[in-house]
Design a protein around this ligand. Sequence first.
Ligand code: FUL
Length: 508
Amino acid sequence: MKIKTLLVGLTIPLAGFAQEFKVVDQELSNPDNAPAPCHPVPHKRQILWNETEFYAFFHYGMNTFTGREWGNGDEAESIYAPKGMPNPEQWITSVKAAGMNGGIAVVKHHDGFCLWPTATTTHNITGAGSEYGRTANIPKLYAEASRKHGMKYGFYISPWDRNSAHYGKDTYVTEVFLKQCEELAEYGSDQFEMWFDGANGGDGYYGGEGGNRTIDNSIYYDTPNLRTRVHKIAPNCVLWGVGGEARWIGNESGYAGNTNWATSDYGGSGVGEEGDINGWFWFPGESDAKATNNGWFWHQGETMKSANRLFQMYLETVGRNATLILNCPPDQYGVLPENTVNELKNLGKMLHERLAVPVHGLDETTAAKDLAKTATIEASETRTGGKYEVANLNDGDKETYWGTNDESRSATITLTWDVAQTVRYLVLQEPIKLGQRIKDFKIEYTTDGSKWTELCPALETTTVGYKRIIPLNGKTAESYGSGYNAKQLRITILDSRACPLLSNLSVY
Ligand code: FUL
């Protein structure tokens, strides 16, 4: 492609000098006819973060022993007294069995108690009320266990600190918060996310002074500096929330919008579930939800949600271009209770058998079969350049993709089987490094090869993004019905922000 840069004969007086601008011919080489990105696009670390898809949240700390959800910050260190050796390895292996790919451990909640021997405050495990508590450096053990089991890991460190006398003053950010983040970053340069909650200000113990502290959340934490300092140590660590690299989906109930753009503007909370097609930033959604029927922290007598309900949450988050961070709270022994572990296993089996999610310990032969692999796939159009064939849709390579030529905004993809197949779910993925593009599509099937019927016509089939899983009966609660007997399945992309591209298409 040849571009003529039009800086024609302009003469601008600059600091007393006449500056001549010349016409420049630039030869831009694009031998493969690669499509231009549709901005905004994600940073590499945001793509890696998205690929984590489903991960755990572990709320554990002072509140586990007080039964509270928000400690005031005046709790004596000795109240934190695990009755057994906290075992982050058990947390990690239990969630791995559910098909999760990692997790975030809360290592400091709003009460300010730190689960590692930080140099920034004495309000930490060194004063714990049991030998187990004093010995177990949670972030260290957690990072080691995660690495051992090939799981991604990161930490929740509450910016709001109701214990610290510094909170609300400049010294808090420089002497406490940033230093704590750096200490945690040192537990591993391969962290994938740090979680910075938005709750802040208000009353607390504040070193004994008490009262209320007010801050301006948008500037107080010195976010640009925080990002630079953490990324220096952990370059692929996405700074969630206050950090501005991934956004809160906004409901804590485990669902995202059917329409969900990974683009948004900073600051607003109204874009949580759906994002904003006109957003200036790549600001993808994460959905935080509880696997149990009580608070974020462990409480006596709490129950687990059923695997069926958790599967529904998965469809409504991971299946709607968000990630799912599912909270599984360790108890006072520092382990996940048995009923949690069992239900997580049931969930893993369901994900494996319905959507072929790879689950450690489960045999591949019991995974759902991807029916796209046995179909003949045809597209109404294929981009010239020789690299964008439909074969890329199901080649297991996330770097390759199918696409149309630049001018197109619509296309159809048709899958044909020799023998009709029972279909229940369609999975689509866009190569998001080139931006989120598709904004309307529909799905049809035919049993006899002549009469086409639209599937889930009432469902908003708008955005795709990193991943979209469509339950073909249109329901997330009872999605695994008898399915549809399809000889052919046709996906029609009706509109797109730029020429449509797809990196993966699977059918189960
Ligand atoms: C909230 C916090 O205030 C809750 O305690 C919990 O940690 C949740 C995940 O985020 O904003």
